[in-house]
Design a protein around this ligand. Sequence first.
Ligand code: T1G
Length: 638
Amino acid sequence: MLVVTVDNPPVNAASADMRQGLFAAIDHAATADEIIGVVITGAGKTFVGGADIREFGKPMAEPLLPQLVNHIEASEKPVVAAINGAALGGGLEIALGCHHRIAAPVAKLGLPEVKLGIVPGAGGTQRLPRLAGVVAAAEMAATGRMVGAEEARALGIVDAVADGDLVASAVAAARDLAGRPPRRTGGLPVPAVDGEAFDRMATKVLTCARGQDAPGEALRLIRSAADRGLAEGLVDERATFIRLRDSEQAKALRHVFFAERAAAKVDGLEGIEPLWVAHIGIVGLGLMGSGIAIAALDAGYAVTGVETTAEAAAKGRERIAGLLDRNVASGRLDAAGREKRLARLTVSDRMEDLAEVDLVIEAVFDDLKVKTELFKRLDASVRPDAILATNTSYLDPDVLAAATLRPERVVGLHFFSPANIMRLVEVVRCAKTAPDVLATGLAVAKRLGKLPVVSGVTEGFIGNSIFSAYRREAEFLLEDGALPQEIDAAMESYGFAMGPFAVFDLTGLEIAWARRKRQAATRDPNERYVEIADRLCEAGRFGQKAGRGWYAYPDGKRTVDREVTALIEAARAKKAIVPRPIEADEIVSRLLGAMAAEGDRLLANRIAQRASDIDLVMINGYGFPAHKGGPMFAAGRT
Ligand code: T1G
């Protein structure tokens, strides 16, 4: 038996030398009589992490991945995949080319190519449906969803889940298959398709895909596998893969992929170990606090929630239990999981009950006086080595740190609402934050399943600074001649789920109004200032919650309101501005330009460490379309 272990750190990617090595191993097995079969497995926690993404855009060395997969499948001797860990993209395609697949219980299998703006290019769209059926295969490939070992077995993707030594089970299976005609996946018929189920799934997938090309192409390729032969399907798949690989969307999504990996590399934290955190205190169990509590409970932490009164604490517990109930109802959690989480939750109205926590995250009302008072009390209540984190969106965390005797143990952890769902956390490095405290902030955010991005201290950190520039330019466009619905339509066709004015109405206009009023005294009189939003607020038009803002919301439906158009026309007239028609292209380029210019300022002031961090913040916190790469990428700054 020939056991081939793919050992190509860090993720056993199918780079050129790996492909050549595996191809040669199959050749060797074919010619060596003493070898009755081949087992392929991976070193470490990955089987094969997919094609080597770093090779994209470069001349590709032979054998190409589809050639390798076909070569494995064509082997006369049994080839068994011993899937020890992640088998993703080209990694799963290699396994599908094998004649038999055994997975370790920890294995993860998937075709995540659409997350890179491409489709599988080595047979995945033609072989997976032959094992799992068209609907299941299409759902996996069009969403990039990974499945575990048990689900893979239930879907027929793997033949068994090993309960002992994986490689030994695979060798035994190969021994058993030796001498028998190989079961070639490509030679299997495509099971009959449930057309209605397919259409239902496809509609859901395409709604989420919004402007991305790859998911629709994955659906098309897999659906058509049932209506044509393997060879024809493989040719179409490969051509589609190459076309998408070289597309702007794929370049943008590759940028985002590597940006996420880069964001974890923070200046000054090389070799710094995070501190141990097992017990998190959360002060304020309102919308943000309860969302953070859910994320912490999901991640296995013990949580102590503190509120101002016992009633408020009990209400906080109810809110958290309610969120857990929703997760049970949607099937994301089972009853046992709910009980386990609630068992790790304590709520109280006594600050003293935080005495033993490792980290406190405060999520109280964003008011400087309130938060400063709170930090003084926390400083006196928690262990001297405990970390204090603020969830402030706009206040200066250095001021809060200065109110304590432990400024080096203060860090910002800025979550986005709803905190149990939104992936982004801005980890704010305050003036005195110690490296191990910052490293701990990043590690906790990662364990919460979040995407941490480090920001320096400035009003609004990275995200809200860029968002303010976006808002400012959007309001300039109003004065110059555009209307809210035109600006929103332009940004929605660019790829945003919602245009700026619809977002302002959703988040509410009162917070920004309060901030503008606070800033009025110090605002530079020569600075261009648009008063329209102030007029809206003075008229009580605070947004969707108020039933009207930039739009009216009869029956909750976003509707253009003549009253707002009149308000805008009046504001222009007051400044003697003659409005002009503004095309969608100009709207998009001015708004992107404003975001990129603010990004340049944040880089120059070292608030952001790299341009791609800014892209991640805007994509994961503010709905910037990932397939456009973020404002800095879109502006060619990365
Ligand atoms: N190619 C090149 N480098 C890769 C890579 C890949 N496929 N996957 C990861 N890396 C690098 C990554 O940049 C980082 O580098 C390091 O490995 C550790 O990654 C024909 C064409 C496997 C689940 O989409 O999902 O196959 O920053 O931090 O958390 O159909 O990596 O250290 O320098 O993410 O342990 C399809 C992508 C490719 C899977 C491991 N495959 N990778 O997670 O490590 S397209 C994917 C992942 C394809 C075929 C098509 C994850 C992981 P550095 P990491 P991790």
